[in-house]
Design a protein around this ligand. Structure first.
Ligand SMILES: Cc1cc2nc3c(=O)[nH]c(=O)nc-3n(C[C@H](O)[C@H](O)[C@H](O)COP(=O)(O)OP(=O)(O)OC[C@H]3O[C@@H](n4cnc5c(N)ncnc54)[C@H](O)[C@@H]3O)c2cc1C
Length: 325
């Protein structure tokens, strides 16, 4: 059962920011994650602040520089199906299409997808873990088959969003509004590693909201893709995923972004794989070297070592797909 809370539906962004400024009230977009967290007592709040009246946060449109603006309240379904996203930013369209189920994609928003809470079963369960203010990460000695390979210091959850790695690979920027005004944050810097702050998942401060996502104009020669491997064929989070964005000039890679999902608390840039691709043709040898490099630095826990060959194979398979055009 849901606990009691007050409910407010501001009509403007300024009113929403004011309503959230106490740091205890919680934003409600589609509610697909928030309501489950409240019901399961993962979170509590005196006030739920609905964003649904903020029409300025809706829509997807081309910007004057030829890029794309996606309002934070655009649904995941809208993102997946939008012609400009599919044409220019395929990794994002594929990532959005792979989120959850049709019903959840219809209700869930892009902003909510980026700000959703960890899916670690200890965090979501009845465990007073480090992230919830306790002093222990239960995944260390517990069942850690779905936990991280990279950057797990203290806490070992993996960031659940499929859209976040695609946005990081495509060089997107998030616009944020809060009590101190507005600011921009690169998508790849939006999430926070446990060693930086084990009690938060993003750089958002009290009262701050993601208002929109800005994608740069799609560069000539840009090829991108996202794919994840999940425990079931539908309705599930990534065991391992990869977002690739390569800019090719005369078949030579001039810029490479390789961003992994399901393996870290943030969309994880595999910089060694990017270095293995930069300046190279997408030959079988280059692809094999980049796939091997993607796993560099992985530190598996007791039960998630299977993710290492999985991520190598996935990177290899997606690079082959991009090489084929
Ligand atoms: C069964 C199930 C399977 C799922 N599978 C996947 C999956 O495979 N891949 C995947 O990526 N996701 C998956 N999800 C997560 C789903 O995509 C998110 O629940 C959804 O996108 C959240 O959007 P929402 O609008 O409903 O957010 P809400 O539930 O309204 O909010 C989620 C969180 O974000 C905050 N928030 C919302 N909007 C903003 C904003 N604009 N600025 C700041 N904070 C904000 C809220 O306060 C809350 O903490 C799954 C969810 C479920 C329930």
């Amino acid at each position: 059962m849901l606990p009691s809370f007050a409910y407010t539906r501001p009509a403007t962004l300024a009113e929403a920011v004011k309503a959230l400024a106490d740091g205890k009230s919680r934003a409600h977009a589609g509610g697909t994650d928030l309501l489950g967290c409240l019901r399961d007592r993962v979170l509590s709040t005196p006030t739920v602040v609905s964003l649904t009246g903020l029409t300025a946060l809706r829509g997807i449109e081309t910007t004057v520089d030829g890029g794309l603006r996606i309002g934070a309240l655009a649904t995941v379904e809208e993102v997946a199906g939008h012609e400009s996203v599919r044409r220019g930013y395929r990794a994002l369209a594929e990532a959005a299409a792979s989120v959850a189920s049709p019903q959840l994609r219809r209700q869930g928003t892009l902003g909510g997808n980026l700000c959703q809470k960890p899916r670690c079963w200890y965090y979501r369960g009845d465990f007073h873990c480090l992230r919830k203010g306790g002093d222990l990460c239960f995944a260390v000695a517990g069942d850690n088959r779905y936990h991280c390979l990279f950057g797990g210091e203290g806490c070992f959850y993996v960031h659940p969003s499929d859209a976040a790695p695609a946005l990081a690979a495509l060089g997107a920027t998030l616009r944020i509004a809060g009590p101190g005004g507005t600011r921009s944050v690169p998508a790849e810097a939006f999430c926070v590693l446990p060693k930086v702050d084990v009690h938060r998942e993003t750089v958002l401060e009290a009262g701050e909201l993601v208002t929109e996502v800005l994608l740069p104009p799609a560069a000539p020669g840009l090829r991108s893709t996202y794919r994840k491997v999940r425990p079931r064929a539908a309705w599930d989070f990534a065991l391992v995923g990869v977002a690739l964005a390569l800019r090719l000039e005369s078949a030579v890679v001039r810029e490479a972004r390789v961003v992994l999902s399901g393996v870290a608390a943030v969309p994880w840039r595999a910089k060694a794989a990017e270095a293995a691709l930069d300046g190279q043709r997408l030959s079988a040898g280059t692809i094999a070297r980049a796939a091997a490099a993607a796993a560099k630095g992985a530190e598996p826990l007791a039960a998630n070592g299977y993710k290492v060959p999985l991520l190598r194979g996935l990177v290899e398979e997606r690079l082959q797909a991009l090489a084929a055009g």
